[in-house]
Design a protein around this ligand. Structure first.
Ligand code: PAF
Length: 300
């Protein structure tokens, strides 16, 4: 299959390598549009690293592109993909995979003729240095339709053969909301306190976690996502424990002076709460604290 990957961060690099290993033609698209090839080293162990070279930013390949996997952050989605849309056949499956919600809505009219899918993953990848990727956690990926007229595509099989497990989820909104809830709690707190995810298991954080979760549950229930405070607390505590040694993506964004995804994480929750007249003061507070942190550095 001819597959394009937009964004060569940790997840984009991992998919590029895995799809190449599965025998597909992979072209990657990066911010540096003059770059013609990109190398990715899959760090296994020091004696067993494998280096892969990908054709890069070859706009001619877009006409043959059967699947475009968009792995850039929610903040970069519009800018990253808009230039490609006029060159893609309208049969190209476009799959978005990022933290947060609402970024694809900004492109709704431009995407109207394409089969568009949303995905969420618990595969963990880490970029120890540029052009290197480590597959640090074996998770899974859920993919579902962005709009209701989209059917399950055989692209799911292709992706599952490359980096299993990939499951079709007719109601992807539920999975996205559950991931949003995890990100609303873990990401701002770890960025504000500059700590690893595991530190949130300390009892000092329990009252804040409880308040955040109560607010999030109200919003999720208002948009017909079935959950409860006890259920969500269990899920979030489990992520805190299983990713205890990781720094969250928002903690890393703040450390490296990058724009955070707060507008598409807590910001999306706040916009939805407003539509349903729900007060979520603790989430508002974290939102303001992250916005304040962002004003302290020039965004890279
Ligand atoms: O954004 C992140 O860092 C991740 O989605 C998660 C699950 C919070 C783990 O660090």
């Amino acid at each position: 299959m001819n597959i394009g990957i937009v964004g060569l961060g940790a997840i984009g690099s991992l998919w590029a390598v895995k799809l190449h290993q599965a025998g597909h033609q992979v072209c990657v698209f990066t911010r540096n549009t003059h770059q013609q090839t990109a190398q990715v080293t899959l760090d296994m162990d020091s004696n067993n690293d494998s280096v892969y070279t990908f054709p890069t930013n070859q706009h001619d390949s877009l006409a043959q592109c059967e699947c475009l996997l968009v792995t850039v952050k929610s903040t970069q989605v519009t800018q990253a993909i808009s230039p490609f849309l006029p060159f893609l056949p309208t049969t190209t499956s476009i799959i978005f995979i990022h933290n947060g919600m609402g970024a694809v809505d900004n492109l709704q009219s431009q995407l109207a003729n394409f089969p568009v899918y949303l995905a969420t993953t618990t595969q963990a990848a880490f970029r120890p240095k540029p052009n290197h990727v480590q597959h640090t956690g074996l998770g899974g990926t859920l993919i579902g339709p962005y709009s209701s007229n989209i059917r399950k595509s055989n692209i799911i099989k292709v992706l599952n053969n490359a980096l299993a497990p990939v499951h079709w989820q007719e109601n992807i909104q539920t999975a996205l909301w559950n991931k949003l809830a995890i990100n609303c709690v873990i990401n701002p707190l770890t960025a504000i306190h500059q700590c690893k995810n595991g530190e949130l298991a300390q009892p000092t954080f329990t009252p804040t976690l409880n308040l955040l979760i109560q607010e999030i549950v109200q919003v999720m229930n208002a948009v017909s996502i079935t959950t409860s405070t006890s259920q969500l607390t269990k899920v979030i505590n489990n992520v805190i424990i299983t990713t205890a040694n990781n720094y969250s993506s928002m903690q890393q964004d703040v450390v490296h002076h990058r724009a955070t995804e707060i507008d598409y994480i807590t910001g999306y929750l706040i916009r939805t709460a407003k539509l349903h007249d729900i007060d979520i003061p603790m989430n508002h507070q974290l939102f303001s604290q992250i916005k304040h942190l962002e004003t302290k550095y020039p965004i890279q």
